[in-house]
Write a protein that binds this ligand. Structure first.
Ligand code: FAD
Length: 486
């Protein structure tokens, strides 16, 4: 705690953003940096709260009060060392994390929480600008070889940690560039791709090798990979999207969100794609689904020049205030208003789509929707919905993006070939805290194991799984444990 009275003197302030009308003209990030004075004031708001619940609110166990204190004292090296001791990639979480740490901030009980996420982004960007982010040479080389399948945040974190422990690490990625959803899911306006590329370069300097355009289970046999390595970490993500199998699904103009978003990310980075062009330009767009993927479709549709954008969510609108059922620190982070919504979209809650309607040429022309109400359980959780009689109506549109989440990883290929056991949700079965699958030296981390989640969880799982691999290979691990920090 740099300044004992800071939380009484300064209000929470977030950095300025480029106005919505301006920023939709391109795909660039639009959150400006704090001035030095503002950064100093915001870090001073972290108070001496006794038990910093932010530590456990953060899946990485980030040591937040300590780095806030170092920021207040302008000791950038110390701030960077504290932050990077628990988080391999603060430049990602500092930009796109929903910041569960802020929901758990004690100041948040009766004042707005400390702006932890922004402070984190400033620490890492200052560290890069001062050349503090350097390759980490391991103390010893163990002579062990580890393959990581998938280069999303889970695979990258596992690879970075395993390389730090002295193992030779190769990351296999079926896409043409590494990064997973950081590169080909999350749009540039949330995370510009030079940020991902900069980190990949640091990892390459650390000695991590990347083999792109290589699908394990197709371009390279999965059992061969297992045979040729001392351990394997599966971090292939949760890639099968939830479909909406209602009448009219075959009409032209209905796409999975990821097909739309991935293509636009490729367009921005001037990378080739072979599928038909999917564009929202001059179309009436409806996004079905209210999470991060849905809001990214809204932001992308706005930038492509959609005529109108509506977003439908079958759940009810969460309360604007905390309720009895959602006290501190469990205020919901989901279904929030994002920067994409500031740019323009009509949001509708408690709406269920029952049919896609087409014209004579098989093109989508409208949705038939109804309003729904939810039956809640004793804890106030939604259980099942019922149709509101008489609410049926048609909404004209020519584009629909399905953004209703992801079900589980692709089993065909690598998972089936290796005989990896799945859990009852069809994710790779490997106990949290253990990360080992039923197949001897094969471990799993990230969305492939826990189901669709968040970048911060993927990094956390990658780090924890790496420690388990290190223990498996060496009998003990020199890698930090998040439990030891908190
Ligand atoms: P992924 O990032 O999915 O990476 C898996 C990688 O494995 C992919 O590159 C895939 O090509 C590769 N792969 C799979 N199988 C193979 C194989 N057999 N051989 C070789 N390679 C393989 N989270 C947030 O915290 N904040 C956000 O703002 C946010 N926005 C999101 C927006 C969208 C559109 C989506 C879809 C998700 C978003 N998320 C967000 C969630 C977050 O991106 C994921 O939870 C996270 O990326 C999961 O990381 P992962 O490493 O487990 O998997």
């Amino acid at each position: 705690m740099g300044k004992p009275t800071g939380f009484q003197e300064f209000n929470r302030e977030l950095p300025e953003k480029t106005p919505a009308a301006e920023r939709v003209k391109d795909y660039k990030e639009f959150v400006h940096p704090y001035s030095d004075e503002k950064l100093n004031q915001q870090s001073a708001r972290c108070m001496n709260c006794g038990i910093p619940f932010c530590h456990s609110g953060c899946p990485l166990g980030n040591i937040i009060p300590e780095f806030n204190d170092a920021v207040y004292r302008k000791n950038w090296e110390e701030a960077y060392n504290i932050l990077s001791s628990t988080n391999n990639f603060p430049e990602f979480t500092g930009r796109i994390c929903p910041a569960p740490c802020e929901s758990a901030c004690v100041l948040g009980i009766n004042k707005p929480a400390v702006a932890i996420e922004e402070i984190e982004k400033h620490i890492i960007e200052i560290a890069y600008s001062k050349n503090l982010v350097k390759p980490v040479a391991p103390l010893i080389k163990t002579g062990k070889k580890v393959a990581v399948v998938g280069s999303g945040p889970a695979g990258l974190a596992a690879a970075a940690q395993l390389s730090k422990a002295g193992h030779s690490v190769t990351v296999y990625e079926r896409d043409d560039y590494p990064g997973g959803l950081l590169r080909y899911g999350i749009p540039d306006f949330k995370l510009e791709k030079w940020v991902v590329e900069r980190r990949i370069q640091v990892m390459e300097q650390d000695g991590v090798k990347f083999k792109c355009n290589t699908e394990v289970g197709k371009d390279i046999a999965a059992d061969e990979l297992v045979r040729n390595n001392d351990a394997v970490v599966l971090a292939g993500g949760s890639t099968i999207p939830r479909n909406l199998n209602i009448p009219g699904r075959e009409l032209k103009g209905i796409y999975f969100a990821m097909d739309f978003l991935k293509q636009q990310n490729k367009r921005v980075s001037d990378t080739k794609f072979e599928q038909e062009e999917i564009l929202a330009t001059d179309k009436d767009v409806i996004v079905i689904g209210g999470g991060d993927t849905g809001s990214d479709c809204v932001g992308t549709s706005n930038r492509q020049g959609a005529k109108s954008i509506k977003q439908f969510e079958v759940m009810m609108q969460p309360p604007a205030q905390r309720t009895q059922h959602m006290p501190w620190p469990t205020y919901p982070m989901v279904l929030k208003t994002t920067s994409s919504h500031e740019e323009g979209a009509d949001r509708f809650w408690g709406v269920n789509t029952e049919e896609f309607l087409g014209d004579a040429d098989g093109n989508l022309r409208a949705l038939r929707v109804v309003d729904v109400t939810w039956e809640l359980d004793v804890m106030g959780r939604p259980m099942k919905f019922a149709k509101v009689e008489g609410s049926e109506r048609e909404i004209p549109c020519q584009r629909v993006f399905l953004a209703m989440g992801f079900l589980f990883p692709q089993a065909q290929g690598m998972i089936e070939n290796l005989g990896i056991e799945l859990d009852d949700r069809k994710n790779v079965k490997a106990k949290e805290g253990v990360y080992r699958t039923n197949v001897g030296k094969v471990f799993a981390a990230g969305d492939m194991r826990r189901g669709q989640s968040l970048v911060v969880w993927a990094i956390s799982e990658g780090r924890e799984a790496a420690r388990k691999v290190d223990e498996f290979l060496m009998g003990h691990s020199i890698l930090e444990s998040k439990d030891a920090v908190n």
